[in-house]
Design a protein around this ligand. Structure first.
Ligand code: R5P
Length: 296
Protein backbone atom coordinates (compact mmCIF):
# COMPACT_ATOMS: atom_id res chain seq x y z
CA UNK A 1 0.00 0.00 0.00
CA UNK A 2 1.01 3.61 -0.58
CA UNK A 3 0.98 5.48 2.74
CA UNK A 4 0.94 9.28 2.44
CA UNK A 5 2.36 11.80 4.86
CA UNK A 6 0.00 14.74 5.33
CA UNK A 7 2.13 17.00 3.10
CA UNK A 8 2.25 14.55 0.19
CA UNK A 9 -1.34 13.40 -0.21
CA UNK A 10 -1.81 14.49 -3.83
CA UNK A 11 1.52 13.07 -4.95
CA UNK A 12 0.85 9.80 -3.10
CA UNK A 13 -2.52 9.43 -4.83
CA UNK A 14 -0.95 9.88 -8.27
CA UNK A 15 1.81 7.46 -7.29
CA UNK A 16 -0.74 4.87 -6.16
CA UNK A 17 -2.39 5.08 -9.57
CA UNK A 18 0.93 4.98 -11.42
CA UNK A 19 2.17 1.90 -9.55
CA UNK A 20 -1.18 0.10 -9.26
CA UNK A 21 -0.98 -0.01 -5.47
CA UNK A 22 -3.88 0.78 -3.11
CA UNK A 23 -3.79 4.07 -1.21
CA UNK A 24 -3.97 3.84 2.58
CA UNK A 25 -6.04 6.44 4.41
CA UNK A 26 -3.56 7.62 7.01
CA UNK A 27 -4.75 9.87 9.83
CA UNK A 28 -2.92 12.84 11.31
CA UNK A 29 -3.81 14.00 14.80
CA UNK A 30 -2.32 16.12 17.52
CA UNK A 31 -2.51 15.74 21.27
CA UNK A 32 -3.35 18.82 23.37
CA UNK A 33 0.34 19.23 24.25
CA UNK A 34 1.20 19.49 20.55
CA UNK A 35 2.59 15.99 20.04
CA UNK A 36 1.86 14.39 16.66
CA UNK A 37 0.00 11.09 16.15
CA UNK A 38 0.06 9.78 12.59
CA UNK A 39 -1.58 6.38 12.07
CA UNK A 40 -2.68 3.88 9.40
CA UNK A 41 -5.94 2.39 10.71
CA UNK A 42 -6.85 0.58 7.47
CA UNK A 43 -3.40 -0.71 6.60
CA UNK A 44 -3.46 -4.20 5.17
CA UNK A 45 -0.51 -5.76 3.40
CA UNK A 46 3.08 -6.97 3.54
CA UNK A 47 4.56 -4.05 1.67
CA UNK A 48 4.34 -0.37 2.56
CA UNK A 49 5.54 2.60 0.53
CA UNK A 50 5.56 5.62 2.83
CA UNK A 51 5.57 8.87 0.84
CA UNK A 52 6.32 11.97 2.85
CA UNK A 53 8.03 15.22 1.98
CA UNK A 54 9.77 16.47 5.10
CA UNK A 55 8.76 20.09 4.71
CA UNK A 56 8.72 20.81 8.45
CA UNK A 57 9.90 19.37 11.76
CA UNK A 58 6.40 17.94 12.28
CA UNK A 59 6.60 16.20 8.90
CA UNK A 60 9.77 14.40 10.00
CA UNK A 61 8.05 13.13 13.14
CA UNK A 62 5.04 12.03 11.09
CA UNK A 63 7.29 10.11 8.72
CA UNK A 64 8.97 8.23 11.56
CA UNK A 65 5.57 7.40 13.07
CA UNK A 66 4.16 6.15 9.76
CA UNK A 67 7.18 3.89 9.26
CA UNK A 68 6.63 2.45 12.72
CA UNK A 69 2.86 2.18 12.29
CA UNK A 70 3.07 0.10 9.11
CA UNK A 71 5.49 -2.33 10.79
CA UNK A 72 3.08 -2.59 13.72
CA UNK A 73 0.30 -3.32 11.21
CA UNK A 74 2.26 -6.18 9.66
CA UNK A 75 4.39 -4.75 6.86
CA UNK A 76 7.49 -6.82 6.29
CA UNK A 77 9.01 -4.54 3.65
CA UNK A 78 9.02 -0.76 3.87
CA UNK A 79 10.11 1.67 1.15
CA UNK A 80 10.37 5.30 2.21
CA UNK A 81 9.94 7.90 -0.52
CA UNK A 82 11.07 11.39 0.47
CA UNK A 83 10.04 13.58 -2.48
CA UNK A 84 11.55 16.64 -0.81
CA UNK A 85 14.18 16.04 1.86
CA UNK A 86 14.28 18.90 4.32
CA UNK A 87 17.56 19.65 6.11
CA UNK A 88 19.48 18.31 3.09
CA UNK A 89 21.23 21.67 2.67
CA UNK A 90 22.89 21.30 6.09
CA UNK A 91 24.99 18.44 4.72
CA UNK A 92 28.11 19.49 6.56
CA UNK A 93 29.03 21.33 9.73
CA UNK A 94 29.53 24.79 8.27
CA UNK A 95 30.62 26.41 11.53
CA UNK A 96 32.08 25.32 14.84
CA UNK A 97 29.56 23.41 16.91
CA UNK A 98 27.02 22.90 14.12
CA UNK A 99 25.44 19.50 13.37
CA UNK A 100 25.38 17.66 10.06
CA UNK A 101 21.59 17.82 10.11
CA UNK A 102 21.10 15.80 6.92
CA UNK A 103 23.04 12.92 8.47
CA UNK A 104 21.08 13.07 11.73
CA UNK A 105 17.75 12.93 9.89
CA UNK A 106 18.92 10.19 7.52
CA UNK A 107 20.09 7.98 10.36
CA UNK A 108 16.71 8.24 12.06
CA UNK A 109 14.79 7.43 8.86
CA UNK A 110 17.04 4.49 7.99
CA UNK A 111 16.14 2.64 11.19
CA UNK A 112 12.53 2.23 10.03
CA UNK A 113 12.86 1.28 6.37
CA UNK A 114 14.38 -1.24 4.00
CA UNK A 115 15.16 1.31 1.32
CA UNK A 116 14.82 5.01 0.55
CA UNK A 117 13.91 6.92 -2.60
CA UNK A 118 15.02 10.58 -2.76
CA UNK A 119 13.97 13.07 -5.43
CA UNK A 120 16.62 15.61 -6.47
CA UNK A 121 18.21 15.99 -3.04
CA UNK A 122 20.21 19.20 -2.77
CA UNK A 123 23.43 17.15 -3.04
CA UNK A 124 23.33 13.50 -4.20
CA UNK A 125 25.95 12.68 -1.55
CA UNK A 126 23.30 12.89 1.20
CA UNK A 127 22.37 9.36 0.06
CA UNK A 128 25.54 8.21 1.83
CA UNK A 129 24.07 9.22 5.18
CA UNK A 130 21.40 6.49 5.02
CA UNK A 131 22.29 3.04 6.34
CA UNK A 132 20.01 1.39 3.76
CA UNK A 133 20.02 1.34 -0.07
CA UNK A 134 18.98 4.63 -1.67
CA UNK A 135 17.59 5.29 -5.15
CA UNK A 136 17.98 8.81 -6.49
CA UNK A 137 15.25 10.15 -8.78
CA UNK A 138 15.79 13.06 -11.15
CA UNK A 139 12.35 14.58 -11.76
CA UNK A 140 13.60 17.77 -13.45
CA UNK A 141 12.73 16.78 -17.02
CA UNK A 142 9.00 17.09 -16.34
CA UNK A 143 9.49 20.85 -15.80
CA UNK A 144 9.75 21.17 -19.59
CA UNK A 145 6.20 19.89 -20.13
CA UNK A 146 4.34 23.19 -19.54
CA UNK A 147 6.81 25.24 -21.60
CA UNK A 148 5.13 26.40 -24.75
CA UNK A 149 6.97 27.70 -27.77
CA UNK A 150 9.93 29.74 -26.58
CA UNK A 151 11.86 32.41 -28.48
CA UNK A 152 15.59 31.64 -28.74
CA UNK A 153 15.44 30.14 -25.23
CA UNK A 154 18.17 30.26 -22.64
CA UNK A 155 18.01 27.79 -19.75
CA UNK A 156 19.86 29.50 -16.94
CA UNK A 157 20.99 28.15 -13.57
CA UNK A 158 21.29 30.82 -10.87
CA UNK A 159 24.47 29.11 -9.66
CA UNK A 160 26.90 26.51 -10.97
CA UNK A 161 25.36 23.78 -8.77
CA UNK A 162 22.10 23.86 -10.72
CA UNK A 163 23.56 23.63 -14.22
CA UNK A 164 22.80 19.89 -14.50
CA UNK A 165 19.13 20.54 -13.80
CA UNK A 166 19.07 23.38 -16.33
CA UNK A 167 20.59 21.06 -18.94
CA UNK A 168 18.06 18.35 -18.14
CA UNK A 169 15.16 20.77 -18.68
CA UNK A 170 16.74 22.09 -21.90
CA UNK A 171 17.21 18.53 -23.19
CA UNK A 172 13.60 17.69 -22.36
CA UNK A 173 12.42 20.86 -24.14
CA UNK A 174 14.55 19.91 -27.13
CA UNK A 175 16.23 23.17 -28.01
CA UNK A 176 18.01 26.14 -26.43
CA UNK A 177 21.27 27.22 -24.82
CA UNK A 178 22.35 26.78 -21.20
CA UNK A 179 24.41 29.01 -18.93
CA UNK A 180 24.80 29.77 -15.24
CA UNK A 181 25.37 32.70 -12.92
CA UNK A 182 27.69 32.61 -9.91
CA UNK A 183 26.10 33.06 -6.50
CA UNK A 184 27.37 34.20 -3.14
CA UNK A 185 25.24 33.84 -0.01
CA UNK A 186 26.24 35.51 3.24
CA UNK A 187 25.87 32.71 5.80
CA UNK A 188 25.09 35.14 8.62
CA UNK A 189 22.51 37.38 6.94
CA UNK A 190 21.27 34.99 4.22
CA UNK A 191 21.66 37.81 1.68
CA UNK A 192 22.28 36.58 -1.86
CA UNK A 193 24.34 38.24 -4.59
CA UNK A 194 24.62 36.87 -8.11
CA UNK A 195 27.48 37.53 -10.49
CA UNK A 196 25.90 37.41 -13.96
CA UNK A 197 27.51 35.66 -16.88
CA UNK A 198 27.70 37.70 -20.06
CA UNK A 199 25.13 35.58 -21.87
CA UNK A 200 23.00 37.87 -24.07
CA UNK A 201 19.35 37.74 -22.96
CA UNK A 202 17.74 40.73 -24.72
CA UNK A 203 14.72 39.64 -26.80
CA UNK A 204 15.03 36.04 -25.60
CA UNK A 205 12.85 33.86 -23.40
CA UNK A 206 14.77 32.75 -20.33
CA UNK A 207 13.91 29.76 -18.15
CA UNK A 208 15.68 30.05 -14.80
CA UNK A 209 16.02 26.56 -13.34
CA UNK A 210 16.95 25.57 -9.78
CA UNK A 211 16.46 22.57 -7.51
CA UNK A 212 14.60 24.52 -4.83
CA UNK A 213 13.08 27.95 -4.40
CA UNK A 214 12.98 28.53 -0.64
CA UNK A 215 13.06 32.21 0.35
CA UNK A 216 13.16 33.13 -3.34
CA UNK A 217 16.29 35.26 -2.82
CA UNK A 218 18.45 33.31 -5.27
CA UNK A 219 15.83 33.16 -8.00
CA UNK A 220 14.67 36.78 -7.63
CA UNK A 221 18.26 38.11 -7.71
CA UNK A 222 18.89 36.20 -10.94
CA UNK A 223 15.56 37.31 -12.42
CA UNK A 224 16.23 40.99 -11.58
CA UNK A 225 19.41 40.86 -13.66
CA UNK A 226 17.53 39.29 -16.57
CA UNK A 227 14.75 41.87 -16.35
CA UNK A 228 17.25 44.73 -16.41
CA UNK A 229 18.98 43.18 -19.43
CA UNK A 230 15.76 43.05 -21.44
CA UNK A 231 14.73 39.37 -21.44
CA UNK A 232 11.39 39.00 -23.23
CA UNK A 233 9.75 36.47 -20.93
CA UNK A 234 11.12 34.90 -17.75
CA UNK A 235 9.93 31.54 -16.47
CA UNK A 236 11.09 30.37 -13.04
CA UNK A 237 11.18 26.56 -12.79
CA UNK A 238 12.16 24.39 -9.84
CA UNK A 239 11.76 20.81 -8.68
CA UNK A 240 10.94 21.79 -5.07
CA UNK A 241 8.70 24.88 -4.77
CA UNK A 242 9.11 25.51 -1.04
CA UNK A 243 8.17 29.17 -1.55
CA UNK A 244 8.58 30.19 2.08
CA UNK A 245 7.27 33.50 3.44
CA UNK A 246 7.04 36.14 0.68
CA UNK A 247 8.97 34.22 -1.98
CA UNK A 248 6.15 34.35 -4.55
CA UNK A 249 5.83 38.12 -4.22
CA UNK A 250 9.60 38.55 -4.50
CA UNK A 251 9.61 36.56 -7.73
CA UNK A 252 6.73 38.53 -9.23
CA UNK A 253 8.33 41.85 -8.21
CA UNK A 254 11.59 40.79 -9.84
CA UNK A 255 9.82 40.12 -13.14
CA UNK A 256 8.89 36.43 -13.27
CA UNK A 257 6.12 35.81 -15.80
CA UNK A 258 5.45 32.20 -14.87
CA UNK A 259 6.38 29.95 -11.96
CA UNK A 260 6.55 26.18 -12.51
CA UNK A 261 7.21 23.54 -9.87
CA UNK A 262 6.63 19.84 -9.30
CA UNK A 263 4.48 18.31 -6.58
CA UNK A 264 7.40 17.19 -4.39
CA UNK A 265 6.13 20.13 -2.35
CA UNK A 266 2.43 20.70 -2.93
CA UNK A 267 1.86 24.35 -3.79
CA UNK A 268 -0.25 26.35 -6.23
CA UNK A 269 2.68 26.32 -8.63
CA UNK A 270 2.96 22.49 -8.59
CA UNK A 271 1.73 22.14 -12.15
CA UNK A 272 3.63 18.96 -13.01
CA UNK A 273 4.05 15.70 -11.12
CA UNK A 274 7.17 13.86 -10.06
CA UNK A 275 5.06 10.71 -9.61
CA UNK A 276 5.92 8.99 -12.92
CA UNK A 277 9.67 9.29 -12.20
CA UNK A 278 9.16 8.11 -8.61
CA UNK A 279 6.99 5.19 -9.76
CA UNK A 280 9.85 3.82 -11.84
CA UNK A 281 12.15 3.90 -8.81
CA UNK A 282 9.57 2.40 -6.45
CA UNK A 283 9.14 -0.55 -8.78
CA UNK A 284 12.89 -1.13 -8.96
CA UNK A 285 13.63 -3.52 -6.14
CA UNK A 286 17.34 -3.55 -6.82
CA UNK A 287 18.58 -0.89 -9.17
CA UNK A 288 22.00 -0.05 -10.49
CA UNK A 289 21.70 3.36 -8.86
CA UNK A 290 21.05 1.96 -5.38
CA UNK A 291 23.71 3.04 -2.98
CA UNK A 292 24.53 0.25 -0.51
CA UNK A 293 26.01 2.58 2.14
CA UNK A 294 27.98 -0.18 3.77
CA UNK A 295 30.38 2.13 5.53
CA UNK A 296 28.00 4.35 7.46
C1 R5P B 1 21.26 26.40 -3.29
O1 R5P B 1 22.37 26.11 -3.70
C2 R5P B 1 20.01 25.91 -3.95
O2 R5P B 1 20.28 25.33 -5.19
C3 R5P B 1 19.00 27.03 -4.11
O3 R5P B 1 19.51 27.98 -5.00
C4 R5P B 1 18.70 27.68 -2.81
O4 R5P B 1 18.52 26.74 -1.81
C5 R5P B 1 17.47 28.55 -2.93
O5 R5P B 1 17.24 29.15 -1.69
P1 R5P B 1 16.55 30.57 -1.60
O6 R5P B 1 15.28 30.50 -2.40
O7 R5P B 1 16.31 30.76 -0.14
O8 R5P B 1 17.51 31.57 -2.14
Amino acid sequence: MIVPGSSSQLLAAVLAEATGRPLATATYDRFPDGETLAAVPGFDGDEAVVVASTVSDAAWVELLQLQDAVREAGATHVTTVIPYMGYARQDESFDEGQPVSARAMARAVATGTDRVVLVNPHEPDVADFYDVPVDLVDAAAVLADPLSTLTDPLFLAPDAGAIDIAETVRDAHGTGATDHFEKHRDRDTGAVEVAPSDAPVADRDVVVVDDIVATGSTMSEAVSVLTKRGATRIVAACVHPMLAANAVTKLRAAGVDRLIGTDTIERGSSVVSAAPAIATAVDLETSAESVPNENR
